[in-house]
Ligand binder design. Structure first.
Ligand code: GLN
Length: 560
């Protein structure tokens, strides 16, 4: 039997003076742990602290890029190209801050780097074991994220629910960190208190059970944020405090609210930042400053006039349910731009498959603007092409994102350039006119079956043409946007498309890649496609200029 080796202390690299808040989930998933955690980060930021936020996902997938969106929701791409969970988007939006790749990890990515280190002899011949080497790698990353961000506080959301086998090694990381630096770590459990219809009473037992499961892993909750349909009363607060070993002032009521943006404000009313500072032995740097956030929230409720936007995608239907999470960032981006113009967005989700036979196209007349978001594969393509043609011919403002741009160009090639077989290599690689083709470097990846993390990902620059809608919106000659695609407009067709009216108003600095297409305003009030994903950088406090231009044009269309 090999002997268990003695490990160095986990803090052999000096703990940069950061404090750490771990957010874990109890009882069940889907209660808004990500939004709760983002709101906690927001109110601490409002106390003058430098915050960075991390998400740990308990999947074997190395990143979120290979997961089907109907199973996992949207894939959120970070600035440096890592494909992550949509919670990273929540953090970036709430904190109005870009987050680096080190701030996201999955079980798969942690194991992968431990195995790679082992292969590189970095463990110097020692036994490499699940415990402690996996939690140690988790801890290394958490500390690294704090260092990179020079953060006062690192907030770490642990995916999944306590009691699952899947996240036990992450809880072990919390336990190890807490043992070494008890004053620097706080654990917050986001729990759920159901009010079963048949009983009509709020029940605390599931929360008690969840806390016990957490305790079984050697981790103790310092605070419980109790999500529930209605606010919790003092009696239940006291019960939770007694049975869950938490001071009653640290049991926080978080009932359902009409808008997620209210949550940071509600938390502040419960003096949450003060309580967390106390738990972490921190002195707040200033009194709460949520001025900008409150201004945004007020604006979000003020608009009386509606702007009606149809989002036409293929992922909406899931059995009997509608899944709008798949396009979460797009929906948020629409909202921010509408609120900023004192408008209430009325967003309707339409399944592209329903438009394939053309019968329902007339229904689109009622919308002020139409948006086709990103996507993959051939499902729903015919419907999307029909919708785009309808928007173009009926002068309904159109905004196409990624696939939505590629398809807008294909529609134009088919119907205006009369290249009837115009296609994308993604659907019909044998078509004569591959107006959208695979990028050369991506071809090599595909041939070698290298699918994960190999698309053109993350930030790339583009040069904007003067006198275009894009230039007016950005007010700049140069932009940087985030990408996620394998295919692009085939350079061989650009001259032909331009001759027939398409303006490529954004191109890569080497002029090879078409990043933005638009039609001149004398042909169409607003018809634009972008190869990148502007929705990923739209924030409550800084709406995206192209979404804003689209919303403005849509509102004008509906009210002329
Ligand atoms: N499927 C297209 C491509 O890979 C578009 C991708 C997307 O919309 N994100 O290029």
């Amino acid at each position: 039997m090999p002997k268990v080796s003695i490990r160095p202390k986990i803090s052999n690299s000096k703990v940069a003076n950061a404090k750490y808040i771990f957010v874990v989930g109890g009882v069940m998933s889907g209660v808004g742990k990500g939004i709760t955690a983002s709101s906690v980060a927001t109110i601490l930021q409002a106390r003058g602290f430098k915050i960075t936020a991390m998400k740990i996902d308990p999947y074997i997938n190395v990143d979120a890029g290979t997961m089907n969106p109907t199973e996992h929701g949207e894939v959120f791409v970070l600035k440096d190209g890592l494909e992550t969970d949509q919670d990273m988007g929540n953090y970036e939006r709430f904190l109005n801050q870009d987050l680096p790749a080190i701030n996201y990890m999955t079980t798969g990515s942690v194991y992968l780097s431990v195995i790679e280190k082992e292969r590189n002899l970095e463990y110097k011949g020692k036994n490499v074991e699940v415990v402690p080497d996996i939690p140690l790698e988790v801890i290394r990353r958490i500390k690294k994220a704090g260092e990179v961000a020079k953060a006062d506080i690192v907030l770490v959301e642990v995916g999944g629910t306590v009691g699952e086998y899947q996240n036990i090694l992450f809880l072990e990381a919390i336990r190890m960190m807490k043992t070494e630096n008890p004053d620097d770590i706080a654990t917050v459990m986001v729990s759920y208190l159901p009010v079963p219809g048949s009983i009509g009473e709020m029940k605390t037992k599931p929360t008690q059970t969840a806390v016990r499961a957490l305790n079984g892993a050697g981790v103790f909750a310092d605070m419980i944020i109790a999500r529930s349909p209605v606010g919790i009363d003092d009696k239940r607060k006291a019960k939770i405090a007694t049975f869950c070993n938490v001071r009653s002032e640290n049991v926080i009521s978080a009932p359902d609210v009409p808008s997620i943006y209210d949550i940071p404000i509600n938390f502040e009313q419960a003096e949450l930042s003060e309580k967390l500072c106390h738990l972490l032995h921190l002195k707040p740097k200033k009194t709460t400053d949520l001025t900008a956030w409150k201004k945004f929230v007020t604006k979000s409720k003020k608009g009386i006039d509606e702007v009606k936007i149809a989002v036409v995608g293929k992922y909406f239907g899931s059995g009997d349910f509608v899944l709008s999470d798949v396009y979460l960032s797009v929906l948020e981006a629409i909202k921010y731009s509408a609120y900023n113009q004192n408008l209430q967005p009325k967003i309707t989700y339409l399944s592209s498959q329903d438009f394939a036979d053309g019968k329902k196209l007339k229904d689109l007349k009622q919308f002020d603007g139409i948006l086709v978001p990103g996507g993959f594969g051939s499902t729903g393509i015919d419907g999307k092409l029909k919708v785009i043609e309808y928007a173009r011919k009926n002068k309904i403002p159109y905004f196409g994102i990624c696939y939505g741009m590629q398809l807008a160009v294909l529609e134009y090639a088919q119907n205006v350039l009369k290249l009837t077989d115009a296609s994308t290599a993604e659907i019909n690689p044998k078509a004569k006119n591959l107006v959208v083709d695979i990028m050369p470097d991506q071809k090599i990846n595909l041939e070698n079956g290298k699918m994960g993390g190999t698309m053109r990902l993350g930030e790339y620059e583009a040069v904007i043409k003067k006198g275009t809608i894009a230039h007016k919106a950005y007010g700049s000659d140069k932009i940087i946007e985030r990408h996620r695609h394998r295919y692009e407009i085939n350079p061989d067709y650009i001259a032909g498309l331009e001759e027939k009216g398409i303006v490529f108003s954004g191109v890569s600095p080497d002029k090879r890649r078409m990043e933005i297409m638009e039609l001149p305003t004398h042909i169409h009030p607003f018809f634009m496609g972008v190869q990148f994903h502007p929705e990923l950088v739209a924030r409550p406090l800084s709406p995206h200029p192209l979404f804003s231009a689209f919303i403005k044009a849509s509102y004008q269309n509906g009210h002329h």
